[in-house]
Design a binder for this molecule. Structure first.
Ligand SMILES: [Zn+2]
Length: 439
């Protein structure tokens, strides 16, 4: 701490001083360099495969988003943010130097029929060989583990001049990582969206370890999560988004779909506002937010916005977090038919905690059958530990007796005829009923 800041601290009230220090813990500048790209006219100056061009960009965008949500005090830049954003090697290096980067990651995919991941560093970087070599080894280890790759090597390689141009004379501690091979079985993983999230997460861990985990702090007021940065979402798709800021949104969200975001940190207990950026042609959707599949936080309804890509609007609800921590946040489509661009979680004043608590209790009591209507399988979401019960037809006859089951366990209803049924359940000793439709 400098003398000047010490003096200010001694003179100011403690609270003011802490705020000041928080705001001054800045300085880590990260530059993400997705390799290659197409030019604006569609030409491919480096002649690389679309697999490499697309994977590098996708993983780069995910890395940016994960860093922004986890280490909002880092300043993150990208050399290319679009498919047709080709720039030269020397431009990339000059951008990094002009931004004053502390760390530089160039993202590529290998070719030549091998398998696994490898990382290069350059002994002509102005930031010194030890720092570059260590960072390269860290990226290599994290990518090999996080991507379940064959661990090829971390190496200084002066022969790959074409690639190393971005590292040569780069003032940042930098690496060039070849995630996997475009022309072997690796390709399947390179093109898989959930693997791409893991590749980005591996870079995040490597960056935090290299810079020191204490340099990374999430915003204490708000985090923004891109919809498409989910850790799991089996049945949805993504598409280009017309909302402000562009990028991708999550689409094809049907009733019963589950979209999960891992590593969402709530820095303290209390009330949080969760906002969702949505568009929907028909409206009538319902989003339910759930922590690690157990605690139902609450629901919010999605209005019709005039189209799937028009009238993007922000809807929100206030929820209560009982315990600070890092969770998987799951969005459940109680009713589908909406697109999601991003969600934002903000700490709100504790004055509303009582209200939020009541809301949670109310929602938690109701079991939710999904999908509804259902075809051959029906699951029931509830907040208790175990439930038993039966399914009644429209005239009150028992048509199925259910075993004791946990929340979200699929029930085989293939024997039921099409129609309306009553789900009659006992959850933790309390009797509850709910209607569902068999298609
Ligand atoms: Zn490349």
């Amino acid at each position: 701490m400098t003398k000047h800041i010490q003096n200010i601290c001694f003179k100011a009230a403690l609270a003011v001083c802490l705020v000041f220090l928080t705001l001054t813990v800045q300085g880590q500048v990260i530059v993400i360099d997705p390799g290659h790209g197409y030019k604006a006219d569609g030409s491919n100056p480096d002649g690389r495969t679309d697999t490499e061009i697309a994977t590098a960009l996708s993983v780069g965008l995910k890395l940016r988003d994960q860093l922004n949500s986890q280490c909002s005090n880092y300043k993150v830049h990208m050399t290319r943010t679009t498919r047709n954003g080709w720039i030269s090697i020397s431009q990339r290096r000059d951008m990094s130097n002009s931004w004053g980067a502390n760390r530089f990651i160039s993202i590529h995919c290998n070719a030549g029929g091998g398998t696994g991941t490898e990382t290069f560093w350059c002994n002509r970087s102005t930031s010194g060989t030890t720092a570059n070599s260590n960072f390269s080894q860290e990226v290599q280890n994290r990518m090999a583990a996080g991507g379940s790759w064959t661990n090829r090597r971390s190496v200084e390689d002066a022969t790959y001049i074409y690639h190393l141009g971005v590292l040569n004379s780069n003032n940042a501690v930098g690496v060039l990582n070849e995630i996997g091979f475009v022309d072997s079985n690796d390709k399947t993983k390179l093109l898989d969206d959930s693997w791409r999230n893991k590749f980005a997460a591996a870079y995040v861990t490597a960056l935090k370890n290299s810079l020191g985990t204490s340099t990374c702090s999430p915003s204490t007021t708000s985090i923004l999560i891109q919809g498409e940065s989910y850790s799991s979402a089996p049945y949805v798709q993504t598409e280009a988004c017309s909302d402000t800021g562009g990028g991708l949104n999550v689409s094809h969200i049907d009733t019963g779909d589950q979209i999960s975001y891992s590593n969402v940190t709530f820095p303290s207990s209390g009330s949080y506002k969760i906002e969702y950026r949505v568009a929907s042609l028909p409206g009538g959707g319902t989003i339910e937010a759930i922590l690690t599949g157990v605690v139902i936080l609450g629901r919010v309804n999605v209005p019709a916005t005039g189209g799937w890509q028009t009238g993007w609007t922000t809807i929100s609800h206030t929820v209560n977090i009982n315990q600070a921590g890092t969770y998987t946040l799951r969005l459940s489509a109680i009713s589908g038919g909406w697109n999601l661009n991003w969600l934002r979680i903000s700490k709100v004043s504790t004055a509303r905690m009582a209200t939020a608590n009541m809301e949670v209790a109310e929602v938690a009591e109701a079991p939710v059958p999904y999908p509804n209507p259902a075809d051959n399988e029906l699951s029931v979401r509830f907040a208790g530990t175990a439930a038993s019960g039966k399914v009644l037809n429209s005239v009150g006859q028992t048509v199925l007796t259910l075993p004791t089951l946990a929340s979200d366990t699929p029930i085989d209803i293939s024997s039921l005829k099409s129609g309306v049924y009553i789900l009659d359940m006992v959850i933790d000793g309390k009797k509850v009923t709910k209607r569902f439709i068999k298609r």
